[in-house]
Design a protein around this ligand. Sequence first.
Ligand code: NAG
Ligand code: NAG
Length: 353
Amino acid sequence: MWKTHNKLLIYILWIMEIRLVSSFTSAMLCGRIPGLTLPQRQLCGEMPDALIALGEGHQLGAQECQQQFRGHRWNCSEVWQRNVFAHVIPIASREAAFTYAIASAGAAYAVTAACARGNISTCGCDVRHKASPSSDGAPAEPWKWGGCSADVDFGMRYARKFLDARELERDSRTLMNLHNNRAGRTLVKKLLRTDCKCHGVSGSCVMKTCWKSLPPFRLIGDKLMQKYHKAKTVQAVRGKRGLRLVISRKKHGSAGARPPKPALVWPKRMELIYLEASPNYCERSLQSGTLGTAGRLCHRNERGPQSCDLLCCGRGHNTQHIRRSKQCRCQFRWCCQVECELCDESYEEFTCK
Ligand SMILES: *[C@@H]1O[C@H](CO)[C@@H](O)[C@H](O)[C@H]1NC(C)=O
Ligand SMILES: *[C@@H]1O[C@H](CO)[C@@H](O)[C@H](O)[C@H]1NC(C)=O
């Protein structure tokens, strides 16, 4: 298990390194990055310009993860922080599942976007969306593919090669990570949009050109958040084809009757899966890599994860009366001044005990 955290840490260090050395030649770059596995080192040598995009993708995933979990007990901040040894996710939890999926989606997204911008020499626009659409049956409006369609397959392939290449063990945690990686990057493809533009005299739309484009990354974050809530517990079973993960069944208390032998249920490709229950994230614990919620700002009169009730885990909260003066009743005076008065403002702030 420890190896798994170490790998994530090394990966984060490595991403930081990329940003620092992005202007170096590829040989120097790939040689300097610590902790790359051999396949990663090879990929790096082949396409150093894609690494810059991977760094951007990592940022994208980090920001979106923190946005989605803002104010929750687990708020995704420790995972992406630098220089903190407890920032990785030691527990194979639902939160770990989300983190891997969004990191992988970020990578696929950023590489795809970089391809479309022409920043990576070995990819560009998706040529399959260059030809005319299939001509079986007359379409309602004449249209053709045009512009630059996002080459999401390239982005997904690159993200898969690179991120999956750090999962070298064949244990259940590796299988979980690989599954969630795939769910994340595949979601980028599923959420691709078709944009069209009309041509013709004053918008008459005699002809349309259409292309595939990336949605805002927020949409991917929102979708992954839904999947996070519906994530499934899995357990490892050893079969003819080696270790596999199946959905854990709840044990039924069928007294007396012979319990039916449960069929193995494979997780669906697009759902997030996890192996272990989450800690409650209330207390600081190095072992589970959590910082605890003491001192966190909470909302007293609200429900939901950011409420003092939930965030403070029943320990209660401190109330601080804050008084400050700020500018108010500002007026514009001809010409050209703004004059304000100073008003006293007081409010309360609540923090978890
Ligand atoms: C991508 O290319 C544009 C110009 O084509 C350039 O301005 C930008 O810096 C490049 N970005 C990266 C991250 O290489
Ligand atoms: C996230 O949680 C950590 C640890 O509880 C806390 O230190 C940090 O301020 C939180 N970040 C935000 C944006 O709330």
